[in-house]
Design a protein around this ligand. Structure first.
Ligand SMILES: Cc1cc2nc3c(=O)[nH]c(=O)nc-3n(C[C@H](O)[C@H](O)[C@H](O)COP(=O)(O)O)c2cc1C
Length: 200
């Protein structure tokens, strides 16, 4: 087996499929987003930032630009059909405000989906134009979770049962099995390489 060049193909999939919420012209609007990420991770009291890449032609962007707020809702596999729906129909032509029951939180213009297992509210801290897209970097303000997805107070991915997105094969996937513990799976190798004699 050997690696062969296949062109500059973005192979950073799967990504998480989420539904971004915003208030546009007084009404909640929802759009599917799979190009998003963690901009930094929690360290003490430093704010946490999440980025979503949204094409400026989308109706949702109007609300995010106007109010500087958005929500990120994580649907479960059971919500696959409606998750895809809000990603193929635009608020420009169809009212999507009644598609989900709404949960209002700390930020009045970042409506959340009450039936998602997890939802977060973000306040826009920066907007960066990347290629043709608007990258909204939001400071995480609040997180909500259904009690059923928490184990010892922590979000359990297996219980969330998120939808993973693959742009290359145009496919949705479910989560695979748990295969190890981060910052731990490499420990034995670290010791072995520090002291190769001890492994013999
Ligand atoms: C699986 C999936 C993932 C998507 N990911 C993104 C994305 O990351 N960024 C984006 O701008 N649009 C993305 N879209 C497209 C928008 O969700 C879609 O154009 C939507 O209709 C926009 O709605 P709006 O005009 O009401 O805001 C995605 C669509 C699907 C189905």
């Amino acid at each position: 087996m050997a690696l062969e060049p296949i062109g500059a193909v973005n192979a950073l999939y799967p990504s998480l499929t989420v539904i971004v919420g915003a208030r546009v012209r007084g009404k909640a609007n929802w759009m599917t987003v799979a190009h998003l990420g963690v901009m930094n991770h929690a360290m003490g009291n430093i704010p946490q930032y999440l980025g979503i890449s949204a094409h400026p032609s989308h109706y949702t962007n109007i609300g995010i630009r106007e109010h500087g707020e958005f929500s990120i809702n994580i649907p479960s596999r059971a919500m696959l059909e409606v998750t895809d729906y809000v990603g193929i129909v635009s608020g420009k032509t169809t009212n999507k405000s009644d598609v989900f029951p709404i949960l209002e939180g700390e930020l009045p213009n970042a409506p959340m989906i009450a039936t998602c297992p997890v939802a977060m509210q973000c306040r826009v801290a920066q907007k960066v134009i990347v290629g043709e897209h608007e990258l909204f970097i939001g400071e995480l303000v609040a997180t909500y979770a259904q009690p059923e997805v928490l184990v010892d107070g922590k979000i359990d991915l297996v219980r969330v049962d998120p939808i993973l997105f693959d742009f290359r094969q145009m496919a949705y996937h479910a989560l695979g099995e748990r295969i190890g513990k981060p910052w731990n799976a490499g420990k034995a190798l670290k010791e072995q390489r520090k002291n190769p004699q001890s492994a013999a």
